[in-house]
Design a protein around this ligand. Structure first.
Ligand code: ATP
Length: 270
């Protein structure tokens, strides 16, 4: 469990990126922080592993105040995947994945063996291990980024717009992989996106943010769709424009579900 308790971040230039933020992030589930540009998503994510320190308030991981932990050690316990993969361009794929465990004291050979297995886990062919990041496609690089995030076998995986820069087809594949990995490995995933469809697809818990890290609504996708908390949320999820408004159409003896354009999307099961 990760808890934000009245967390505020004011940058030295006076910008208040996050203002008195409270949130409980349940373990072994995916929580998605979603909101438009500049609302404080990345700042919130980076405060979990202390890449950014809060100006006030506390972040607890399993009851332990992260402010009292050594940032470097904390970071080794928490996987981090960023947009554009953030890979080291002059290191081979295998070394990109194995570096953090080696820094953490795992013998080199074992770290490389583990890294090979992680390539399997994220659906990459082992033949890519000796290539350099620039020799891989954008989607493959993101998979390496995920493998690297998992390399220290962290309980928590932070993912900052990890699929923002890949094309829609690869993005859909990577989203499905993320669901599969989260379910299979039981990690606590905190995922940042500005895409509400991605948030609803991946999130067990979805947090809709407004500027200053203010929470507009927290809930499951179903709860948010069923009862948007206010006009901002209704607009953000598209409910005010009739988006996602499915209707039932009787066809003979069956009920067909149609979308806002009247296009059939499925058949209701008895
Ligand atoms: N180092 C910094 N110094 C000053 N202001 C900053 C700094 N980092 C972020 N900010 C400001 O804090 C606010 C929140 O930024 P943050 O990057 O957390 O937003 P975001 O929701 O992740 O945006 P995006 O989706 O564009 O990445 C913005 O107004 C941003 O300009």
């Amino acid at each position: 469990m990760i808890e934000f308790r009245s967390v505020t971040k004011q940058f030295p230039d006076g910008t208040v990126a996050v203002d008195a933020f409270d949130l409980a992030i349940p373990p072994r589930k995916t929580t998605v922080l979603v909101g438009s540009s500049g609302c404080g998503k990345t700042t919130l994510l980076r405060m979990i592993n202390r890449m950014i320190d809060p100006s006030s308030g506390h972040i607890l991981i399993d009851g332990e105040d992260t402010g009292s932990l050594e940032p470097v050690k904390l970071r080794r316990r928490i996987g981090y995947v960023m947009q554009n993969s953030g890979l080291m361009p002059h290191r081979k794929v295998i070394d990109n994945v194995a570096t953090v465990p080696i820094l953490g004291g795992v013998p080199k050979k074992q770290a490389r063996d583990d890294a090979m297995k992680l390539l399997d886990t994220v659906g990459l062919d082992r033949s890519l291990a000796l290539k350099y990041p620039r020799q891989l496609s954008g989607g493959q690089q993101q998979r390496v980024g995920v493998a690297r995030g998992l390399a220290a076998d962290p309980n928590i995986l932070l993912m900052d717009e990890p699929f923002g820069a890949v094309d829609p087809i690869v993005r859909a594949e990577l989203q499905q992989e993320t669901i599969r990995l989260q379910e299979g490995l039981g990690k606590t995933v905190v995922f940042v996106t500005h895409d509400i469809d991605e948030a609803f697809l991946l999130g067990h818990q979805v947090v809709i943010l407004q500027k200053g890290g203010h929470i507009a609504q927290v809930g499951t996708p179903a709860e948010i769709l069923a009862h948007p908390a206010n006009d901002f949320v209704a607009s953000f999820v598209g409910a005010d424009r009739g988006k996602r408004a499915l209707r039932i159409q009787r066809v003979g003896d069956r009920d067909v579900v149609v979308d806002e354009n009247g296009t059939p999307t499925g058949v209701l099961q008895p």
